[in-house]
Design a protein around this ligand. Sequence first.
Ligand code: ZN
Length: 137
Amino acid sequence: MLKKIEHIGIAVKDLKTSNELFKKLLGVPHYKTEQVASEGVTTSFFDVGTHKIELLEATDANSPIAKFIAKKGEGVHHIAFEVEDIEVELTRLKAEGFELIHEVAKEGADNKRIAFLHPKSTNGVLIELCQERPNKD
Ligand code: ZN
């Protein structure tokens, strides 16, 4: 079961400019910036009530975000759902016929383990599953 919308990911060309724009829009500054080398992105997060907004800027021309912007322009990139157990959900969704981009969960931003479902199996919407990592002590 997908518990709730955790965040909405928005692809942007220039993180610095968009951080300012979203600060004006939401009335709060972003609370963290993080690079995810494996995805070729720099992200920033805004807290909006019970949900978050994640802005994503490509760090290289081959990153999925760079390709997304080249094809579709800036805009909503994915919806992320929080799950209790990402392995259980990946197995369940695969059995339901959804196409997984990641068969195995990977390290994501914001202290999460993540995996994506292919938009061609979800009505054109890129879906991210994310599970909070236990805090390392
Ligand atoms: Zn995300």
